[in-house]
Design a protein around this ligand. Sequence first.
Ligand code: NAD
Length: 321
Amino acid sequence: MNAQRVVVTGGAGFLGSHLCERLVGEGAEVVCMDNFLTGSPHNVEHLLGRPSFRLVECDLTGFVHVVGDVDLVLHFASAASPVDYMRLPIETLKVGSLGTLHALGLAREKGARFLLASTSEVYGDPLEHPQRETYWGNVNPVGPRSVYDEAKRFAESLTTAYRNSRGADTAIVRIFNTYGPRMRPHDGRAIPTFIRQALGGEPITVAGDGTQTRSVCYVDDTVEGILTLARSGFEGPVNIGNPAEMTVLALAETIRDLVGSRSPIRFVERPVDDPEVRRPDTSLAAARLGWRPRVDVVEGLRRTISWFARELRGPGELVDR
Ligand code: NAD
């Protein structure tokens, strides 16, 4: 399917803004819906003059209405970084539940395909490694991260119920850690934190002893995977992420080297329920979508660092929007 008119919820956030940009570039008409809770109009301001782009301030947990036809709903509204969702626990549960209900309702009303942005966090602190889509996860339902993990698990269940009982055309993508330009320097995620600290000459704060692993995917690869899934008939769930796994300490050191910084590494307390390992098994994405990540971590980090270096005014003046 070549979507003509696309609604992107959470379109003013990090991933959503890249999706909007790519879709507009490909000739689609885009309605970006966002309440700017963790995103900003600044992320899409370069698209505002385009006749095919519309930014609508709207809280997905309330009344949702779009005039005209819609072919595809990409549901990305939700706080995503642990710092954000622990600061906004009820908002996160509400957008994962009510927000998903309303986005599904919109897709159904318009006869549109619906794609849910789910997450590797549905696997929790995984007992299976790497994680395949068939793994059910290891989530603490009353732990501090549960507001996000359980909201996404509920959203997956709701999406599946709409598909099975209402005949909705749906897809679920489980996105693994993605990074790139337009992440907020203070959003608490490892890569923007390390880059901000390295550029500012501050100590780089690594949680625990840094031996926990992450697999990080450059945003262009993630966007390509999401849009390939959206345009396929596949329902998923399907993992999208980069299987190249590295320790958090190695990530910090790589960033420090690429920045050319002399920042020391400082080990800080590890957050509760922080996953020990994280690596997607992407064989399903390769087999069903022909997708695989193309940007290696050094190249992706280089691009991200140069964006941050341009955006941040300089040492001592680091700002967040
Ligand atoms: P982000 O915080 O940058 O973007 C989320 C956007 O949703 C923000 O613009 C925010 O204002 C908006 N939003 C939140 N609540 C809303 C509501 N009630 N109504 C309307 N808009 C609302 O986060 P992101 O990293 O771009 O993540 C986007 C989506 O992708 C999320 O659903 C997240 O769970 C998923 N995801 C992201 C990653 C990643 O590595 N970035 C990994 C897995 C899943």
